[in-house]
Design a protein around this ligand. Structure first.
Ligand SMILES: C[S@@+](CC[C@H](N)C(=O)[O-])C[C@H]1O[C@@H](n2cnc3c(N)ncnc32)[C@H](O)[C@@H]1O
Length: 201
């Protein structure tokens, strides 16, 4: 799928993501992960701001997404939750920050979409201060054979419909990057992972 089609796909989903934020979908997981965020935070693929209800009061967020509609919803959420944030409309796959720019890098439900997720994780590794944290909540392939087979079969359709791959081996992707895993929690036969990490070399 070319870039503008992909952006358009997410533009059309902005209201749905706003609804999910209002319902606080995945609250238990987001709350658990996001409370570890500190200081200067980079949130990539921020969507409609689903994590904003769960940040502590002292964070300053740089939020990135390539969809203007998603960013519009995220700005409304920042106002609603009193979040100090700046917003950048950009493609994360072409984005650059100086090394050691952030205390925390947050990505939730975004590794399913990138062309080269390992390269993106290596960028997180570079952008995050050495004593900082990288916080991920990602979905991928199940450890259950039947579910995994279904995910593989449905992947081309799912990608065409919503722009996300369903069949990625998230833990393998992370282990192939420079990031060092500190703690993981996995749910729903390993389809969802919460991962606390620190930068490696
Ligand atoms: C599945 S949604 C997740 C949104 C949010 N992080 C959450 O947890 O609800 C993926 C988001 O990533 C954005 N996105 C996907 N690929 C991107 C890219 N290469 N650069 C910037 N944003 C991207 C989409 O516009 C969308 O808002």
């Amino acid at each position: 799928m070319n870039r503008s089609d992909l952006v358009r796909k997410f533009e059309k989903q902005a209201r749905l993501y706003e609804k999910k934020r209002k319902k606080q979908a995945q609250k238990k997981w987001r709350q658990k992960l996001i409370r570890s965020a500190k200081g200067k935070v980079l949130e990539v693929a921020v969507g409609a701001g689903a994590n904003f209800p769960f940040y502590g009061p002292d964070v300053k967020i740089t939020a990135v997404d390539f969809s203007p509609e998603m960013l519009k919803k995220a700005k409304e959420a920042a106002q609603e939750y009193g979040i100090e944030a700046e917003f950048i409309q950009a493609d994360i796959e072409n984005l650059s920050f100086a090394s050691d720019s952030f205390d925390t890098v947050v990505s939730t439900l975004s590794l399913c979409g990138y062309q080269d997720p390992i390269q993106i994780l290596n960028q997180f590794n570079r952008w995050c201060k050495k004593d900082g944290r990288i916080l991920l909540m990602e979905h991928g392939i199940s450890s259950n054979f039947v579910l995994a087979s279904l995910q593989k079969a449905l992947d081309p359709l799912a990608y065409r419909l919503v722009g996300c791959h369903q069949n990625r081996d998230i833990m393998h992707i992370i282990q192939s990057s420079k990031i060092v895993i500190e703690k993981t929690e996995s749910y729903w036969t390993d389809m969802v992972h919460l991962i606390w990490e620190k930068p490696g070399k």
